[in-house]
Design a binder for this molecule. Structure first.
Ligand code: C2E
Ligand code: CA
Ligand code: CA
Length: 762
């Protein structure tokens, strides 16, 4: 999960880098496009202006040559007949398309076909032409024409190259006006054209695009147009205008801050005349701006889209990060919070324990506990009640914790505690306190709790391993009759290994008949002790050593192997009884121990019956011994099984009575035939008046409930005397005989035993 967050942040970084690269590329591209468009616009303008220059050039050239040619052949104008001359001027005027062509004599008097009597000696163009210049005049008002004109003037040379007059052609300045202006990208007259001479004088100007105002004024060198020019720039411009052949583009800003672009080109006539087209910059670049704007819009649209995408992505990332964190929190909660108790889980315990243990200056004990047969609580009271009890246990444990301690429910009813450890005594006190609180507070059920304590001596062990060691200790006290605790020690490990060993061997032992049945006589307490029958007790005979059932029965009960073993014993018993029958002992009653583990198997009574049937042993000759403690799990189930066994004809004995918590009152409804009083009871009773009274009471009550009584573990005369006095029906114990192999018991049957006689009735 963290990995993907990391990946995501790499991704975000990549997006940001990409985004920046994109912006840089976009700017470079935009720049490129702009300068490309710029140069393209310039060349477009150039082409247009150039084209126009050609047209103007040829017009000016034509007009100039009209007057120069005529001047060249007019050296004799003074001697000519006036009328003829006037007709010639008229014809020439009409051919040239000029308004009027005149000859001016050196005094300034005009010879015109219109016969005007005027003197133009004051005119600048006249003076200059008289100086030998070919003149294109600035725009002036011509009175006879009643309009603005431009005058083309050329000197007439007489003898010795003396100027003797001037030929002047008036041209309607509107004709030039129209052609001087230019339009870019289809707009009407958005460049104003001028013809300017090398002194910067404006000779002709197009229709004023700028209204009354023209940035070029009368003289370019003194105009607004060059207001922003440095002296050097102006010098360069003048220099350009002095060349016979030049063209170029210049930019300027006038006094009002308005920007212009001008294109100039020499007209290529004798005099240095220049076509000069001025565009307001916004017009010149209008087209370009349009493109740039479009590109800019597009560009910003992309940038916007990108920013939007980026923001959306970041929001998405942030949200998914938030969701991820929330999910992580949920997972942590699931991992660390036990929903049932509201306290920690194994995960939390492991984490906390590791942390606490890292504080090496404290000593700790690892405690494991659970409730014996907790499953029975669920069965008896339902899961809801079971859960409630678990919550109650957790609350109690929590209350009993000190600082720097922790606990968790690991699974079902298994709890782990990490407690600060001072001494064994202190630990025992605390365990007892917890046991007391649990027993006191869990009211509807008397819990038997087993504790295992591992004094943490090796902090390098994993928490799991420490738990295992505490569990091992716990197992040694489990399934006792009351709450208990044990400290882990290394022998326990040996025991566990031994158990593993037994488990590996048990099936093979069963197959190879290593399990043998011993018989311990049951003797009636009459004047003379009569043999009533025997109890079958299993032994594991291995390499001539006899292993007591105490060593393996509890293990087999835990791993379930007891079921097989009990049926095996049952078969061995039936087989033996068959043999005894053949020897003539037909009425011997044998009791067989059956583990409470069978109670959960509904087929149990029928299985026993079918074994008896296989050997044709009447069920009435078999007594089934089931321990009193079986009643704890479920009295109801026990009653049902007893009833079934009874209906199949078996005798039933309640074994080990008095060792547990059951009272006769509790067992009174069980259809048992015999009540077997526990050995421990008897041990105490000889010198203990109260125990005596209880035995007396039990025997009496059993009698009144229709049950026979038998006392086991009888070892002494005193005990015999006592039991006789109390009217106990039977006894069993070393006093008469120890459990013995079949052949030993057969000896007794044959009457070879000194004290035990065969029952009279047999
Ligand atoms: P239990 O059913 O209470 O059996 C009586 C135990 O008391 C036997 O121990 C017996 O040898 C012992 N005993 C008899 N008289 C005296 C006496 O005077 N003094 C002393 N100190 N002990 C006496 P054992 O044979 O070691 O069996 C132990 C337990 O193992 C039995 O207790 C029974 O619960 C279980 N067990 C034995 N065989 C089987 C079997 O085939 N199936 C099942 N499920 N359990 C069996
Ligand atoms: Ca028994
Ligand atoms: Ca017993």
């Amino acid at each position: 999960m963290l990995g993907s967050v990391k990946k995501q942040s790499y991704f975000t970084l990549a997006i940001i880098v990409l985004f920046s690269v994109f912006i840089v590329i976009a700017f470079v591209f935009l720049n490129g496009v702009t300068s490309k468009l710029n140069s393209e616009t310039e060349s477009l303008v150039h082409d247009m202006v150039h084209g126009n220059t050609q047209a103007i050039n040829s017009m000016v050239k034509a007009d100039i040559s009209t007057v120069t040619n005529y001047a060249a052949c007019s050296s004799k104008y003074k001697s000519r007949i006036r009328v003829e001359l006037m007709t010639e001027l008229k014809n020439l005027t009409e051919d040239s398309g000029l308004l009027n062509i005149i000859i001016i004599d050196e005094k300034g008097d005009v010879i015109s076909y219109r016969n005007e009597d005027i003197n133009v000696s004051y005119r600048d163009y006249f003076k200059r032409a008289m100086n030998g210049e070919i003149v294109v005049s600035e725009t002036i008002y011509s009175e006879p024409d009643g309009r603005m004109v431009n005058v083309f003037a050329a000197p007439i040379y007489g003898d010795y190259q003396r100027v003797i007059g001037v030929v002047a052609g008036m041209n309607n300045s509107d004709v030039y006006k129209e052609i001087l202006d230019l339009s870019v990208s289809g707009h009407e007259a958005n460049a104003m054209g001028y013809i300017i001479d090398s002194n910067g004088e404006v000779l002709m100007a197009g229709a004023s695009l700028f209204g009354d105002y023209t940035p070029v004024g009368d003289n370019l060198y003194q105009s607004d147009f060059v207001a922003s020019f440095t002296e050097q720039e102006l010098a360069v411009l003048k220099d350009e205008f002095n060349k016979k052949d030049s063209h170029g583009m210049i930019k300027s800003t006038d006094n009002n801050g308005k920007e212009y672009v001008a294109y100039y080109a020499t007209l290529g006539v004798d005099r240095n005349l220049h076509y000069f087209a001025v565009f307001p910059a916004d017009v010149a670049y209008g087209k370009l701006d349009g493109y740039v704007n479009k590109i800019l819009v597009l560009f910003f649209f992309f940038i916007g889209a990108l920013i939007f995408t980026l923001i959306a992505y970041l929001i998405f990332t942030y949200n998914s990060f938030k969701a991820l964190r929330k999910a992580n929190e949920e997972i942590t909660k699931v991992a660390y919070e036990d929903t049932l108790t509201g306290y920690g889980t194994w995960g939390k315990f492991e984490k906390d324990a590791k942390y606490l243990l890292s504080q090496s200056y404290r000593k700790f004990a690892f405690v494991s506990f659970d409730i014996d047969k907790f499953k029975a609580i669920n069965d008896m009271f339902g899961h809801e009640e079971g859960n409630r009890i678990l919550k109650q246990i957790a609350d109690i444990v929590n209350r009993n914790l000190n600082n720097h301690e922790t606990f968790s429910r690991i699974n079902s009813d298994n709890f782990y505690l990490l407690l600060v450890y001072k001494s064994d005594e202190d630990m025992i006190d605390r365990i007892k306190k917890i046991i007391y609180a649990l027993e006191y507070e869990i009211t509807n059920f008397a819990p038997v709790i087993s504790f295992g304590i591992y004094r943490i001596t090796d902090t390098k062990l994993s928490i799991r391993k420490m738990g295992d060691l505490a569990d091992i200790a716990k197992r040694t006290v489990k399934y006792g009759e009351r709450s208990a605790y044990a400290f882990y020690n290394e022998e326990m490990l040996l025991e566990i290994r031994e158990e593993k060993h037994i488990e590996n061997e048990m099936q093979n032992a069963l197959d190879s008949h290593e399990f043998c049945v011993y018989y311990q006589p049951k003797v009636s307490l009459g004047e003379t002790p009569y043999l009533m029958g025997a109890e079958a007790l299993v032994r594991w005979v291995k390499n001539d050593t006899v292993v007591s059932p105490a060593k393996f029965i509890p293990l087999f009960e835990r791993n379930g192997f007891i079921v097989k073993l009990d049926y095996y014993v049952m078969e061995q018993v039936c087989y033996a009884m068959k043999t005894w029958e053949s020897l003539g002992y037909k009425d011997i009653m044998v009791s067989v121990n059956m583990s409470r583990v069978h109670l959960s198997d509904p087929a149990f009574p029928d299985t026993l019956k079918s074994i008896c049937d296989d050997y044709a042993i009447p069920t009435s000759r078999i007594e089934i011994e089931i321990t009193e403690s079986a009643a704890y799990e479920s009295l109801e189930v026990l009653t049902k099984v007893f009833e079934k066994l009874k209906s199949l004809g078996f005798h039933i004995s309640i074994d080990d009575f008095g060792s547990g918590y059951s009272s006769l009152n509790m067992l009174k409804d069980l259809p048992a035939d015999v009540l077997k009083i526990d050995r421990a009871f008897l041990t105490e009773s000889v010198n203990n008046k109260r125990a005596n009274d209880i035995i007396a009471y039990v025997i009496k009550m059993a009698g009144s409930l229709g049950m026979d009584t038998i006392c086991e573990g009888v070892e002494s005369d005193e005990q015999i005397t006592l039991l006789k006095d109390l009217h106990c029906d039977m006894v069993q114990g070393y006093y008469y005989a120890r459990p013995m192999p079949t052949h030993g018991f057969e000896e007794i049957l044959k009457g070879k035993h000194e004290t035990i006689r065969i029952n009279k009735e047999n």
